[in-house]
Design a protein around this ligand. Sequence first.
Ligand code: FES
Length: 124
Amino acid sequence: MTSTISQDAAPGAIPAGSYYERHIFFCLNQRSNGENCCADHGAQEGFDRCKSQVKAAGLSGPGKVRVNKAGCLDRCAAGPVAVVYPEAVWYTYVDASDIDEIVESHLKNGQIVERLLIPAHMGR
Ligand code: FES
């Protein structure tokens, strides 16, 4: 299920002051003390898949999409997690098809993938 993102700017317009239209950050945090962390739940694979799919779709680069690594985003209980800005939409994912849907629906077409949203109350 998807919904349209409402923004004041015209569809496809780069937000004022932004070098990229959208930025997605993947938590790749690894903990060695046995505590829960995104690296133990396929975060690297999700990041790698997103990076390659964004590039293959011609979405990468200035004015388009940037895929970045991040440390702990403090929502570990929902991991693995990724967040898309400027909309500040938080996702979790399980496999490559989830990543592909985020790329196609949100990063390319501006449609939030509601089934992958992290519940608002989930934190660390
Ligand atoms: S370890 Fe990924 S959000 Fe904390």
